[in-house]
Every structure is written in structure tokens, then in C-alpha cells.
Design a protein around this ligand. Structure first.
Ligand SMILES: Nc1ncnc2c1ncn2[C@@H]1O[C@H](COP(=O)(O)OP(=O)(O)OP(=O)(O)O)[C@@H](O)[C@H]1O
Ligand SMILES: [Mg+2]
Length: 332
């Protein structure tokens, strides 16, 4: 798909602030690592693209990025280049097999694995810049509740948490949901249960998690957190085979149980949150992300060796990036 494909998708009415009403940016996250975030982000994007959506996946697992491996892409320019002014956003946006777009982090982003003011600002600007041009933006985050992960999630309108039936993954999913509820005031989150061993196990796991949340979590504003189960993906050798072949399971084995589970999840997501509509890409996609590269090479945000404690993001730590406050470009 061309990066300049205009669209005719009916966009939602903008609010008074110019922000589209429909959620557009979705964080895909998990408490425990290795539960299938990247697998789901990439395959869900392909499944949504097949439904006609224009989708962007952003590899926000800064430092431990592996979306490039899953998609078998060797980007010439990555987010790292965009953040450092060595490449443009247009150069870094790649079309992946499955007909969606990706912004790959690149291994050089290790320095972005700490939440410095620069990382905050660049990430916020990135999201603001790309969001109007896609029906849906999926942010593939790292695992856990580090400040970088929480900040990446704070950029999103909605959160999709992945858990597996394993007790450790469930406990970690509970911790993530609780922190997102208490720190970001999120009263609802979507849930996908991956690597189930029998059909229906996902429903059971979701009910279990919901009941623990209901018992132990009360939001600052009162009330509890509602999980919206989107579905389950069985543990399927087709997923591992696809990873080995560096292909998406939805493309390589579309008839597999896992691919069908992902297609059903895409359908439920699109029903719960219909595509947001998008504006055409500006000609040439001259979307400048970095302000003129700040010429302070010898003075990084944090002096080497000095373990600066970045304050944990409280409810307002994301500043202008608190969900609901980022401004999308006017659609008029
Ligand atoms: N439904 C499934 N069936 C079988 N294997 C799976 C399934 N989902 C994921 N896997 C396996 O788990 C591995 C890890 O998945 P993935 O890289 O998507 O996890 P992740 O949550 O993104 O990890 P990280 O926290 O390191 O970013 C995959 O390479 C794949 O082999
Ligand atoms: Mg991952």
C-alpha cells in the first residue's frame, strides 16, 4: 500500500477541541514478558488491514525491539533515526507483509529505554503526528510497569492487555491492570488471553481476573475496572512455525486455530471500537518529528553513570499526553 493513499473512510465528528471521538490509538501491553504482545500486534494489524483499515504499528518496546524480526524487515531507517534527526518519518514508515504500516524501533533505541524528558516529548510528538492519518494505531509496548511502558500506554486512547492462563502471567496482568487503573484512571481495558490449551479457557481466565479486580481494586474516583474480553488465541504450533519462517501466522497459516482466533479478535475490536477514519497523508509526508536536532551532543539528558531517578509517572506525569488531552489535527 502506498504511503499516500487517501481514504474515504467516514471519519467521526471531531469534538470541540478537534479531537476525534472514536479511540484511535491502542496500546498492546502485558504484565509478564513473552506472552505474545508483538505476535498479536502484528497479526491483529494484518487482520484489521484485511478488513479495510489503515493501520500503523509502532514498536515501542524501546530497547528490546523485535517487531522487525517477526516481520522479517530490515529497515534502513528506524524510530531511532527519526528521534535523532537522522531520518524522516516518511523514511521510517514501512509497509509490512499484511498491508499495514510499521515504525520499527531499531536496536539503537537502547538509550530510549529510560524515560527522559526527550523521550517523552519525542514520543508524544510522534503519536500526535501520525494519529490523524490512520484508522488505528497499535503501540506494541514492553512488558511490565516500568515508567517507559506506562508512559507509552498513557499515549493510547485504549489499552489491550494480554495474559496467558499461567498463574504468573495472570498475577502480572492483574498488577498491570491495577496500576493503569490507579495511575491513569482507566476504568476499562480490553483483554486477550493467549496460549490457551482448550477453547473456552480464555473466558474462564477473564472471569477469574475480573473477579479479583472487583474484589481488590477501587478506582480513585470510585468504581471498579471493567475488562472487555476480546477473545482467546490457543497455543498453536502454527504460531511458532510462522515465527521460525519469519512470517505472520495470519498470512502463512490463515486456517490455523491461532489465525482464526486473531481474526475473531479483530472483528470484536472493530465492533467495540469501529475504525476512527483518517485524513490523507500529506503529500510527500513531510511530517517533521524532530525539532531541529538539538545540538547538545556532549550533554545527554542524563550524564553517563549518574543514576537519575525518573519520577514514576503519576496521574499527571504524562503531562499533555494524558489520554484525552492530546490534540489531533483538525479534520476540517
Ligand atoms: N498462541 C501462541 N501459540 C504458540 N506460541 C505462541 C503463541 N503466542 C506467542 N507464542 C510464542 O511466544 C513467543 C513470544 O511472543 P511475542 O514475542 O509476541 O511476546 P511478547 O509479549 O511480545 O514478548 P516481549 O515481552 O519480550 O516483548 C513467540 O515467538 C511465539 O513463539
Ligand atoms: Mg514484544
Amino acid at each position: 500500500m502506498s504511503t499516500t493513499t487517501p481514504t474515504t473512510s467516514p471519519g467521526p465528528e471531531p469534538t470541540a477541541t478537534g479531537r476525534a471521538e472514536r479511540p484511535r490509538v491502542f496500546a498492546i501491553t502485558s504484565g509478564k514478558g513473552g506472552v505474545g504482545k508483538t505476535m498479536l500486534a502484528a497479526n491483529l494489524a494484518a487482520a484489521l488491514a484485511r478488513r479495510g483499515e489503515r493501520v500503523l504499528v509502532i514498536d515501542a518496546d524501546l530497547g528490546l525491539a523485535n517487531l522487525d524480526v517477526v516481520l522479517n524487515l530490515q529497515p534502513r531507517h528506524t524510530l531511532h533515526d527519526v528521534f535523532t534527526g537522522r531520518g524522516t518519518l516518511e523514511q521510517a514508515l514501512l509497509t509490512a507483509p499484511g498491508d499495514f504500516q510499521v515504525l520499527l524501533a531499531g536496536s539503537g533505541l537502547i538509550e530510549y529505554s529510560r524515560l527522559t524528558p526527550t523521550v517523552r516529548e519525542q514520543f508524544a510528538r510522534l503519536i500526535d503526528t501520525v494519529r490523524p492519518h490512520y484508522d488505528r494505531v497499535l503501540i506494541d509496548t514492553g512488558a511490565g510497569i516500568s515508567d517507559v511502558v506506562l508512559y507509552a500506554i498513557s499515549m493510547a486512547d485504549e489499552t489491550l492487555v494480554i495474559a496467558t492462563p499461567e498463574p504468573t502471567a495472570l498475577a502480572d496482568a492483574y498488577a498491570t491492570v491495577k496500576v493503569l487503573g490507579l495511575q491513569q484512571g482507566r476504568a476499562s481495558m480490553m483483554l486477550v488471553v493467549n496460549q490457551t490449551h482448550r477453547h473456552g479457557e480464555g473466558r474462564h481466565v477473564a472471569a477469574q481476573l475480573q473477579s479479583v479486580i472487583d474484589r481488590f481494586v477501587t478506582l480513585p474516583a470510585g468504581g471498579s475496572i471493567r475488562l472487555s474480553p476480546l477473545g482467546e488465541i490457543v497455543s498453536d504450533t502454527a504460531v511458532r512455525q510462522a515465527v521460525q519462517r519469519r512470517q505472520l501466522v495470519t498470512l502463512a497459516y490463515p486456517g490455523s486455530d491461532a489465525a482464526q482466533g486473531i481474526a475473531a479478535i479483530a472483528m470484536r475490536l472493530a465492533t467495540l471500537h469501529p475504525p476512527a477514519g483518517r485524513q490523507p497523508m500529506p503529500p510527500g509526508m513531510q511530517m517533521t518529528l524532530v525539532a531541529p536536532p538539538t545540538p547538545a551532543p556532549a550533554a545527554p539528558d542524563v550524564p553517563p553513570g549518574e543514576a537519575t531517578e525518573t519520577p514514576s509517572p503519576g496521574p499527571d506525569a504524562a503531562g499533555a499526553a494524558v489520554p484525552g488531552e492530546t490534540t489531533a489535527g483538525s479534520t476540517s
